[in-house]
Write a protein that binds this ligand. Structure first.
Ligand code: NAD
Length: 425
């Protein structure tokens, strides 16, 4: 965990989100007041709350929930448990959620939440008490038609089950649609756990197809992060026959030039300490910095923000970057990558598979009518490829990089909807 803090301490994610916004919005002919409105979070909640620890101590935790924008519908966004969470990070992630939902045409605005804590240092019962208390504290902000949380770094389906139960106990009846990313036995959707990683690979495959490249084991992939996103991206790519040569997590990188057996790596982390890669034998140890600079074809950063920066962008050797994480590339790094001719499928497109299947889960929950996994995956692919097409059309129209194109497409949709709704009162 110390590594995470070190990697991000000098770069403010919200500053970066605003820089990206300013870059994109400059291409749009929207009223200045609307452009200005979209820069601001709509509302922000900070909560400080006590949790009884297993040793009897009472610790105070700080958490946040930010709604960036709700013009297109209820706000949607994950909840992050990590030591480096702060209000600016949550603001940035909430803003990116607004653009992501608009880009894939979901009837949602953007939100995000977070609690400053180290989940790896807490027991399950401490995490349950923290989650139930945080859920109660932010119950002012969340509801099945107002703001619907989901998992993010450090949280998972179990966390969502606790939030769903806590909210349901308060209102007196079960409300599965209060969260998405729930376990299947309490109203989760088939395919949700794998959806973000699957979406990363759908986008990679589409980028390779469009550039006329081979889509076989000749393509060598390196993946940073082996959590929900990175692990399922690795699994899906491996199952399609791509060669995953390296993966990493907070404990470091693991390389096998001949290709990792991803099923074997997953079997290892299923029972390892904290489900981490440390101690995995069938690979050579490398650092996370080395992984980002590996001689490979596709690099998929799937861990956290600010990983490809002005410091290391010139070292990237992959010809394609597919961003599973939110905000892994800084604007200065973007410029260096563009100058090197490296294509970047940006976060708001590449990792939108998660929120897309979250939307399917919410719809299924509201209708109490559930789909099979084939239907979920078919609809997921349809939504992502349509968004990919939209981004390429905008890229060609404005002659910009894919990130700017994705943000132009999304900001235009939210801006136009704001204009159509009018300014209240
Ligand atoms: P997770 O907590 O399941 O996994 C995070 C992984 O990153 C772990 O393997 C962790 O060890 C690793 N990691 C942490 N710090 C690292 C470092 N310094 N170097 C290398 N690896 C490091 O989280 P997740 O849900 O997989 O989320 C990862 C990223 O994807 C985040 O940016 C998140 O916002 C984004 N995202 C997640 C979802 C989702 O559905 N879970 C959807 C869209 C985007």
């Amino acid at each position: 965990m110390a590594v995470q803090a070190q990697a991000t301490e000098h770069i403010n994610a919200y500053t970066i989100a605003l820089q990206q916004y300013d870059r994109a919005v400059a291409y749009l002919d929207l009223p200045a007041g609307i452009k200005n409105f979209l820069r601001y979070p709509k509302r922000e909640l900070t909560v400080n709350f006590p949790v009884r620890m297993d040793n009897g101590d009472i610790n105070i935790f700080t958490g946040y929930r930010v709604h960036h924008n709700t013009v297109l519908g209820p706000s949607k966004g994950g909840i992050r448990y990590a030591p480096q969470v702060d209000l600016d990070e949550v603001r940035a992630l909430a803003m990116w959620m607004t653009w992501k939902c608009a880009l894939v045409n979901l009837p949602y605005g953007g939100a995000k939440g977070g609690v400053i804590c180290d989940p790896l240092d807490m027991s399950q019962s401490e995490l349950e008490r923290l989650t139930r208390r945080y859920a109660t504290e932010i119950s002012l902000f969340i509801s099945p038609h107002g703001d619907i949380p989901a998992p993010d770094m450090g949280t998972n389906a179990q966390t969502m089950a606790w939030i769903m139960d806590t909210y349901s106990m308060t209102v007196g009846y079960s409300v599965p649609a209060i969260v998405t990313g729930k376990p299947l036995n309490v109203g989760g959707s088939q395919g949700r756990t794998e959806a973000t990683g699957r979406g990363v690979v759908i986008c990679m495959d589409e980028a390779l197809r469009r550039s006329g490249r081979s889509r076989t084991s000749e393509i060598r992939m390196a993946i940073q992060g082996f959590g929900n996103v990175g692990m399922y991206a690795a699994k899906h790519a491996y199952d399609l026959g791509y060669k995953v040569i390296a993966v990493s997590d907070v404990t470091g990188g693991y390389l096998n030039e001949h290709g990792l057996d991803v099923d074997d790596v997953m079997a290892y982390t299923a029972t390892s300490h904290h489900h981490q890669l440390a101690g995995y034998k069938n690979a050579q140890r490398i650092s996370n910095a080395e992984l980002l600079a590996l001689d490979c074809d596709v690099l998929a950063p799937c861990a956290l923000e600010n990983q490809i920066t002005i410091e290391n962008a010139a070292d990237v050797k992959a010809f394609l970057i597919v961003e599973g994480a939110n905000g892994p590339t800084t604007p200065e790094a973007d410029d260096i990558l563009t100058a090197k001719g490296i294509e970047v499928v940006p976060d708001v497109l590449a990792n939108a598979g998660g929120v897309t299947v979250s939307y399917f889960e919410w719809v299924q929950g509201l209708q109490s009518f559930f789909w099979d996994v084939e239907e979920v995956n078919r609809q997921l692919r349809r939504v992502l490829i349509r968004a990919y097409d939209d981004v390429i059309r905008t890229r060609d129209q404005f002659e910009v990089d894919m990130r700017t194109a994705a943000q132009i497409t999304a900001i235009k949709r939210v801006g136009d909807a704001t204009f159509t709704r009018g300014i209240y009162p």
